[in-house]
Design a protein around this ligand. Structure first.
Ligand code: NDP
Length: 451
C-alpha cells in the first residue's frame, strides 16, 4: 500500500469542497484543501449570500412606498447609499470567510492558499510544493462566461457587479437565467433604470411556462424594460457612458452593462486532461453516479461537473462522497426533485416537474392553478398577482411539481419539497388544513383542475 501524504486532497474550498473535506475528516481521513481565492467559493463571495443581501436592500424602496400607500405611515426623505451597502456586505463576507477557515481548522483539515494543479493520479502541486493523496477531489466550481462580441471588455459579469464603486443609474442586463433576473430586480429596486435583454422569445428557459409568463408581466409592471428576441451586437464607450448596439441596429445607452450569460466549469489549466480525466465539450468533468471521474483516484463534485449548479446540491454531493470514500457507505447523490428559487422580485420557486415535462412523461396530467392578489396588496392598491400551480399525475394522484411566483416563494416551496420527496398525493395536499391567512394555504385549497 503506497504511503500518501493525505487520504483526500480537495481542489477548491467552495460549498461542495469544504463540506466533503470536513465530513471526510470527521470520518477520520487525513484531509487537505487548496483554494486560490477566498474560502467559501462562489456562493459565499460572489453568489448566493451577497446576492440575497442585495435583494434585501433593494426591497426597501417598495416597502417604503407600500407603507405610505396603504398602511398609514409617513416616511421621511429616503436615501440609498451604495457604498455603505457594499462595505457592510463585504464585512459580512469577510466574517463568513473566517467562519469557513475556523470550520476547516477545527475539523483538522489542512489548508493551502494557492492554485493547485493535478500532476499525476495521486500527486498535486500547490504553491510550488508537491503532495500526494490516495484520492483527489475536484471541486473548483465555475466562472461567468461572456460571448465574443466587439467591445465585450466594457461589460461586467456578476463577479464585478458585487464590487462596483458606484451604483449605475442606467443598467442593461443581458441574459434570461437566474443571475440576470435577480440582478435586474436588485438594480431596479435600488433605483436604477433597468433594461433586460433576452435572446429568445421568453426568458427562464426550463421553468414552467406559467412561471415564465407571470414573472415577465410582473417585472414589467415594476418598471423593468424587459425585451425578448433581442441581442447585443457590439458595445462602445460613449460620451455619456456605454452604448450597446443591438442586432436590430438600435442603440441603448447605459452606465453599466451586465452579462449574465451562463457559467463554465473552471477546469482549464488544472492538468486534468493531461492525467486522463475526461471532460465534456463544455469543459465539465464527467463523473459516474458516485462522482468518480474516468480516473479511479480522482473525483469531482459541484458546478465543475455541471449536473445541477446549486450550492445545496454541491453540499449533498460532497456528503455522499465522504460517505462513499471514508464511511464504508457507497452513496449516490440523488438529483431528483431538487427545489430551487430565483430571487427575482417577485420571487420564483419550484420543485419537481413543469407542466411540459409532466405531459411528456405521463399520460394523464392534471393542472391546478391559482392567481390572486396577496392580502397585503389590497390596502396598497397594488395589482401584483401571485401565481401558484400544482402538477398532478391523475392516474396515481401523485403531485409531480409545485411552482410559484410571489412573495416568500422560496420559503413556501421548501416545505412542499419535503411533501414531493415523500411522494405526496393531491388527496394528501387536500387533507392538509391551511394556515390562515397565508398565501401558502392556497397550495392546499386548490380543488378544481384547470380545464
Ligand atoms: P443560466 O444558464 O441560468 O442563464 C444564462 C442565460 O444567458 C440564459 O438565458 C441564456 O439563454 C443566456 N445566454 C447564454 N449565452 C448567451 C449569449 N451568447 N448571448 C445572449 N444570451 C446568452 O446562467 P446564469 O449565469 O444565470 O446562472 C448560472 C447558474 O447558477 C444557474 O443555472 C443556476 O443553476 C445557478 N444560480 C442559482 C441561483 C439560485 O439558486 N437562486 C442564483 C444564481 C445562479 P438561453 O436560455 O437561450 O440559453
Amino acid at each position: 500500500m503506497p504511503n500518501y501524504d493525505y487520504d483526500l486532497f480537495t481542489l477548491g474550498a467552495g460549498s461542495g469542497g469544504v463540506r466533503a473535506s470536513r465530513v471526510a475528516a470527521g470520518y477520520g481521513a487525513r484531509v487537505a484543501i487548496a483554494e486560490e481565492r477566498d474560502l467559501g467559493g462562489t456562493c459565499v463571495n460572489v453568489g448566493c449570500i451577497p446576492k440575497k443581501l442585495l435583494v434585501y436592500a433593494s426591497h426597501y424602496s417598495q416597502d417604503f412606498s407600500d407603507a405610505v400607500a396603504g398602511y398609514g405611515w409617513t416616511v421621511g426623505e429616503t436615501n440609498f447609499d451604495w457604498k455603505t451597502l457594499i462595505s457592510n456586505k463585504d464585512r459580512e463576507i469577510e466574517r463568513l470567510n473566517g467562519i469557513y477557515a475556523g470550520l476547516l481548522d477545527s475539523a483538522g483539515v489542512e489548508r493551502f492558499q494557492g492554485r493547485a494543479v493535478v500532476v499525476d493520479p495521486h500527486t498535486i502541486e500547490v504553491s510550488g510544493r508537491r503532495v500526494t493523496a490516495e484520492h483527489i477531489l475536484i471541486a473548483v466550481g465555475g466562472w461567468p462566461v461572456l460571448p465574443e462580441i466587439p467591445g465585450i471588455e466594457h461589460a461586467m459579469t456578476s463577479n464585478e457587479a458585487f464590487h462596483l464603486e458606484e451604483m449605475p443609474q442606467r443598467v442593461i442586463v443581458v441574459g434570461g437565467g437566474y443571475i440576470a433576473v435577480e440582478f435586474a430586480g436588485i438594480f431596479q429596486g435600488l433605483g436604477s433604470q433597468v433594461t433586460q435583454l433576452y435572446r429568445g422569445p421568453l426568458f427562464l428557459r426550463g421553468f414552467d411556462d406559467d412561471v415564465r409568463n407571470t414573472l415577465a408581466q410582473e417585472i414589467r409592471n415594476r418598471g423593468i424594460d424587459l425585451r425578448f428576441d433581442t441581442n447585443v451586437a457590439r458595445i462602445e464607450r460613449s460620451v455619456s457612458g456605454l452604448s450597446a448596439r443591438l442586432e436590430d441596429g438600435s442603440v441603448l445607452e447605459a452606465d453599466a452593462i451586465l452579462f449574465a450569460t451562463g457559467r463554465s466549469p473552471l477546469t482549464a489549466g488544472l492538468g486534468l486532461q493531461e492525467v486522463g480525466v475526461e471532460l465534456d465539450e463544455g469543459g465539465a468533468v464527467i463523473v459516474d453516479e458516485y462522482s468518480r471521474t474516468s480516473l479511479p483516484s480522482i473525483w469531482a463534485i459541484g458546478d465543475v461537473t455541471d449536473r445541477i449548479q446549486l450550492t445545496p446540491v454541491a453540499i449533498h454531493e460532497g456528503m455522499c462522497l465522504a460517505a462513499t470514500l471514508f464511511d464504508g457507505r457507497p452513496t449516490k447523490p440523488n438529483h431528483d426533485d431538487v427545489a430551487s428559487a430565483v430571487f427575482s422580485q417577485p420571487t420564483v420557486a419550484c420543485v419537481g416537474l413543469t407542466e411540459t415535462q409532466a405531459r411528456s412523461r405521463f399520460d394523464q396530467v392534471e393542472i391546478y392553478r391559482s392567481t390572486f392578489r396577496p392580502l397585503k396588496n389590497t390596502l396598497i392598491g397594488d395589482d401584483e398577482r401571485t401565481m401558484m400551480k400544482i402538477v398532478v399525475d391523475s392516474v396515481t394522484d401523485r403531485v409531480l411539481g409545485c411552482h410559484m411566483v410571489g412573495p416568500e416563494a422560496g420559503e413556501i416551496i421548501q416545505g412542499l419539497a419535503v411533501a414531493i420527496k415523500c411522494g405526496a398525493t393531491k388527496a394528501q395536499f387536500d387533507a392538509t388544513i391551511g394556515i390562515h391567512p397565508t398565501a401558502a394555504e392556497e397550495f392546499v385549497t386548490m380543488r378544481e383542475p384547470v380545464s
